[in-house]
Design a protein around this ligand. Structure first.
Ligand code: TXA
Ligand code: MG
Length: 329
């Protein structure tokens, strides 16, 4: 859709309007510190259903419920292990989602039919005010169409969902740029389901224990499928040492290439490139916007240069791994 009259600057009156819309069962896109979310009243199954329709997402994919205070965990979860309070006090508001056992009355529509619930208190002033004004939990997946790149600006949301969303609260660019770390505390063993800005070692420090299977295989999480976070242009991941050679080979077969560079210095005739920041925090912040920009060029291929693979790059490499496939030559 071309009109942008769904986007409003997130001032006090817009927040009041957004809370009202949520109470009426409508959809409101909201800024968080990670990515923009597509929000609905988590206690209203009709409203939650609208999220799945708008995104084109299968209904067995569970949603994260965003809450405005730590105490609200009790409204959604039962059998809460003690460590939850320690984690929430340490990391919330912040980019950490906790999977807990749901209260029996929590609608299955929001949990994708599972008996566990994902909870997070986001660290964004607009959305914290909205949560306060609204009072309840806001179910919000990333505000993109199913399997697409997550939005990190209000305009990205408009590009993705257009008139499917009743209001887009513009809170500027998201500060972190990759989705929250997801930690499953619902069973006997605590497991990392999705790496994010909060690292495994930070979690283990606060947990005072090691995570089991602390990797991002995520096979038990329905939303963690191999193809996800993808541009429409076929995207490939390539090591720095092989980058120039690969570009030469692609040129020989007349492929047009958009380049997401890290160390590689593009030569002048390679017009379609973005050089990414050297540090992981800035790289993460700009990653999705950069992929969108390259995708918009509609070239044959997006070639992504492999960034470092140390711990602070774990979330970035997880998302790159899902957005790309390794290049064959
Ligand atoms: O940073 C974020 O987490 C953003 C912002 C908007 O908060 N939200 C987000 O939502 O990334 P979404 O729906 O795109 O991803 C949520 C992930 C999905 O992979 C889903 O499968 C997983 O959380 N999830 C939700 N509930 C779950 C549950 N009960 N058990 C296991 N995984 C769950
Ligand atoms: Mg998502």
């Amino acid at each position: 859709m071309s009109s942008n009259d769904h986007i409003v600057m997130a001032n006090e009156s817009a927040i009041v309007e957004a809370a009202l819309l949520l109470k009426q069962g409508r959809l409101v896109a909201l800024p968080t510190e990670t990515v923009y979310g597509l929000g609905a009243d988590a206690s209203n199954p009709e409203a939650v259903k609208r999220i799945f329709t708008a995104k084109g997402r299968p209904e067995n994919h569970p949603l994260i419920v965003h809450i405005g205070s730590i105490e609200q965990i009790n409204d959604w979860a039962v059998n809460i292990p003690d460590v939850v309070w320690r984690l929430a006090n340490f990391f919330w508001p912040g980019p950490l989602t906790l999977i807990l056992n749901k209260r029996p009355e929590v609608p299955l529509s929001v949990t994708g039919g599972q008996d566990t619930i994902a909870l997070r208190m986001p660290d964004n002033p607009v959305t914290l005010s909205l949560l306060k004004a609204f009072g309840g939990g806001i179910a919000a997946p990333s505000a993109n169409r199913f399997k697409h790149i997550s939005p990190t600006t209000a305009n990205h949301v408009l590009e993705e969902l257009g008139s499917e969303v009743d209001l887009i609260l513009d809170g500027g660019s998201c500060l972190l740029g990759v989705e929250s770390t997801i930690l499953d505390l619902s069973g006997e063993h605590f497991r990392l389901l999705r790496p994010g800005h909060i690292s495994v070692s930070e979690l283990e420090t606060v947990l005072k224990t090691k995570l089991s299977n602390a990797n991002a295989s995520g096979v038990r999480t329905p939303g963690m499928m191999a193809v996800h976070y993808s541009p429409l242009t076929p995207a490939y991941l390539c090591a720095n040492e092989r980058f120039s050679g690969t570009l030469d080979k692609l040129a020989q077969v007349n492929k047009t290439v958009a380049i997401l560079a890290y160390k590689y210095q593009p030569i002048s005739k390679q017009a379609h490139f973005i050089s990414m920041p050297e540090r992981s925090a800035e790289y993460a912040q700009s990653l999705y916007a950069a992929l969108r920009e390259l995708d918009r060029l509609k070239l044959d291929i997006i070639l992504v240069e492999q960034p470092p693979e140390t711990e602070s790059w774990q979330a970035i490499n997880d998302r790159l791994g899902k957005a790309t496939v390794p290049i064959e030559f």
